[in-house]
Design a protein around this ligand. Structure first.
Ligand SMILES: Cc1ncc(COP(=O)(O)O)c(C=O)c1O
Length: 411
């Protein structure tokens, strides 16, 4: 049997990993600034994580949700405390898409409506409802197309209010920071207005924190930069060190009804041991704060790459946010490099914590290839022109210096 060939991948075979480093089958060491797509929050193979999962496997790896599992309660308590949502309840599942699917269902059960407001550029996953609220017709099959979804422009509160006024909305779903869409941070004021408008309309606000949650943004959830409290929050990627998991945090306004949601694998013993270990490590090693500090340092070093002028950590219009034009014309950048024979340059650096996008003036495929094969650094991508950095939250300033030196040399 052959693999169903849906992924484009680099010809690298990781066989070992530790902290922010990966080794391939030839013994080459790489610096991981991609975190397996924002999944590796506490670093690869953290000793506490390895011990917790291994010990659990020796006791009981799995049983279904037809019996008591105190590990689920332990995780709920720890996540409640870490995230600042101790009064919310927790539904456990297996992936980000599934978390969003369940949140959309909860919103729809709650309101009795079916139409959803989502945002231009959104990515929420590939299950039926999640892909329907994803702004990419190419990955939506006819089977997924009957959902009623209205996409409105990001930061356009008038458009949201107009749709809400029609009185048929089941829920509004928005990412804490758009990842696939290119590290687009919703305006903090817009988030507050969105919260207000949805409260007035009695429509649940769903925050998709699948990628931006778990401390990645320098706060436990990215929406906490705006100081709002949504009704439903979804999370997944950074939760369990790579063990498949998803979760919905549910406000006390939602009444559980037996059987309304369910899953075979969600909340299983191994997943719980993995997620509890990750929660403990994030807390004990202060990784949310580390993501903020090292993220600021990384952004400032990236800015200084493109300019002689001093960089502005946390610049832009809000703490922890950089949205600064650093193009050649703007700041006298002197760092063009070749991409398929063309010269490109850094246009913008944006992001919060360790969720950072570096947008270039042209395609970055060759740049990424050089970083990987010449400098042995993993990076992510958004569209054609943006490098997406989603490093483990354990990243150090020394790691950043290695990356900046490598990038400089590639330039
Ligand atoms: C914001 C967001 N939501 C949902 C998903 C889907 O998560 P999963 O691939 O675990 O289903 C992703 C995955 O990239 C994502 O970035």
């Amino acid at each position: 049997m052959e693999l169903f060939d849906v992924y484009s991948f680099f010809d690298v075979t990781p066989v070992k990993a530790k902290g922010t480093r990966i080794w391939d089958d030839k013994g080459t060491e790489y610096l991981d600034l991609y975190g397996g797509h924002a999944v590796i929050s506490v670093g690869h193979c953290h000793p506490r994580y390895v011990t917790a999962v291994t010990d659990q496997l020796g006791k009981i790896g799995f049983y279904s949700n037809s019996v008591r599992n105190p590990l689920q309660e332990e995780l709920a308590e720890k996540l409640g405390e870490l995230s600042g949502y101790p009064d919310y309840s927790l539904f456990l599942c297996n992936s980000g898409a599934e978390a969003n699917e369940n949140a959309l269902k909860l919103a729809s059960f709650h309101t009795g409506e079916r139409r959803v407001i989502a945002f231009k550029g959104a990515f929420h996953g590939r299950t039926s409802g999640a892909v329907a609220v994803t702004d990419n017709p190419k990955i939506r099959a006819p089977f997924n197309s009957w959902h009623e979804v209205t996409f409105v422009p990001m930061n356009d509160i008038a458009a949201v209010r107009e749709e809400l006024s029609k009185g048929d909305i089941a829920g509004v779903i928005i990412e804490g920071i758009q990842g696939v869409g290119g590290i687009i941070i919703p305006d903090d004021n817009f988030m507050r207005e969105l919260r207000q408008a949805t409260l007035e309309a009695g429509v649940p606000l769903i925050l998709d924190e699948v990628q931006s949650g778990c401390g990645r943004s320098g706060k436990f959830f990215a929406h906490q930069w705006a100081g709002i409290r949504p009704d439903l929050i979804t999370m997944a990627k950074g939760m369990a060190g790579g063990f498949p998991i998803g979760a919905v945090l549910i406000s006390p306004d939602f009444e559980p009804v037996k059987g309304m949601l369910g899953t075979t694998f969600g909340g299983n013993h191994l997943a719980m041991a993995a997620a509890i270990a990750v929660a403990d490590i994030i807390k004990d090693e202060n990784l949310v704060q580390n993501a903020y500090e090292v993220g600021e340092y990384l952004k400032s070093r990236l800015l200084s790459l493109a300019s002689e002028a001093p960089s502005t950590p946390g610049g832009g219009n809000a703490p922890g946010r950089t949205f600064t034009r650093i193009g050649r014309e703007a700041q006298g950048a002197q760092a063009p490099f070749a991409d398929d024979g063309k010269t490109i340059e850094i246009k913008e650096v944006r992001g919060r914590g360790l969720m950072i996008g570096v947008e270039f003036s042209g395609p970055i495929a060759e740049l990424r290839r050089k970083l990987l094969f010449d400098k042995h650094i993993f990076t992510g991508v958004s569209g054609k022109n943006m490098i997406r950095l989603l490093a483990p939250l354990t990243l150090t300033k020394d790691d950043v210096d290695i990356f900046i030196k490598a990038l400089e040399e590639v330039l």
